[in-house]
Design a protein around this ligand. Sequence first.
Ligand code: FAD
Length: 479
Amino acid sequence: VPGRKPLRLAVLGSGPAGFYTAYRVMHKLQDAVVDMYEQLPAPYGLVRYGVAPDHPEVKNCQDKFEEVASSPRFNFIGNIDVGHDLPLTSLRPHYDAILFAYGAAEDKRLGIPGEDLRNIYSARAFVGWYNGLPQYAGLSPVLDAVEEAVIIGQGNVAMDVARILLSDIDALRKTDITEYALDALSRSKVKNVKVVGRRGPMQAAFTIKEVRELLNLPSVSFEPIPSDLLPPDPKKLPRQQRRIAEILAKGSPTPPSAATKSWAFRFLHAPSAFNPSPNNSSTLASTTFNLTRFTPDSNPTDRSARVESTPETVTLPSSLAFRSVGYKSLPLPGLSDLGVPFDRRMGIIPNDLYGRVISPEIGPGVLTAGHVPGMYCAGWVKRGPTGVIASTMEDAFTSGDVIVSDWENGVPFLKNNGEGSTGMGWEGVRGEAEKRGLRRVSWEEWKRIDEVERERGRVKGKEREKFTDVRQMLEVLDS
Ligand code: FAD
């Protein structure tokens, strides 16, 4: 639009959603300036703190993010927890638009008795622990007391947890897994892992790559799946399901006689209670499941087949359990001050699927009519916590594209008391942040932390040794 100042965009969150949207906007609007706020001094969200350490190739997207961050039109504002430490309203006067890309900060619970017993861990906490997320660095899961572990949930995160528990420790040494996790895993006594789901093998959420990797772990055997649970004629199934059925039927190349550890699936098991130990009422001893069966109208080979409970129960000994049934986004404090709603049931910021935040009054079918001006979202907080980095990228590109087209079409952006934004971005917010004693970490400063992490890794023959404490990261900068 002639005469308009360059777009000044605040991005909240530095995971794939934040970075890919920033990339798209900066690429299409050659004068747009992006300030990316991140609660930790380190960027990349779940790419750094979720993706399994033995999958380094998945982290290659960081190269793209670095390229974005190297632009003079990009500012990283790390170590600022927006909404908690810095009110959202202090951003408002200084930006044309705000993109919410803050991911999913909680895990879903099962809502069954005993869920708070000791030795039950959420996958989010366990993954955060081995990946060095400061919030969970002190988790100290008890791995050296028991042989039997149960993982509830059958998605790829459950597969990651199982693989980390069952992997040969030497296979993890060169990765960026934290030193304390290596130490605890090397003392782990866990030998048998059961990965449990409510439905059948054709409904499970894991992907072929992840299950194959687990089946091919050296010295780990797999308990064959009862043949009545597998489709009788896989050739008739769609390709993806056929391959899963074939891989599961083939099982592991390692016979039990050559294995030191084993794993198994349990299908058609819905957890109903975690049971305490008779000797210690605060510690988990076993998990009870209601057996389920397919509803009469469901075809067990359909991905969407449904199940119903039966009266039968099964109790699995499990002094160690992991809950891996998904993540959940939370509303940022102060969202409503910006007129931004939050759908607690869906765990998302209501949006028009393109990425424009919409106010709740809006009826169906009038997609952009209820747009809250200047407010956009992307990633897990937009779609819900599902999907991989590639799908998050697609989604972020869509959000980036609507920001650009709205901007180019003269759609109203943030109105600040009837005026446009000051366009000052971080320079305008900074005073408020400093008044609150916040210390911003810039991209150059993150690179220094990054270099020290790599150096700490080099001496141990690892990719990097992460700092797991924000204080230690800041000490690198202040030394
Ligand atoms: P996130 O990556 O979670 O990024 C959100 C960012 O916002 C974080 O950096 C967070 O610190 C920041 N933030 C939160 N609150 C605030 C605040 N108040 N102020 C400032 N910043 C804030 N995908 C794959 O393709 N391959 C894999 O191998 C893979 N492994 C995975 C393993 C696990 C355990 C999980 C959970 C996911 C995995 N995924 C994988 C999926 C992938 O990580 C997600 O699709 C993607 O990270 C979602 O991106 P996002 O930007 O929406 O959220």
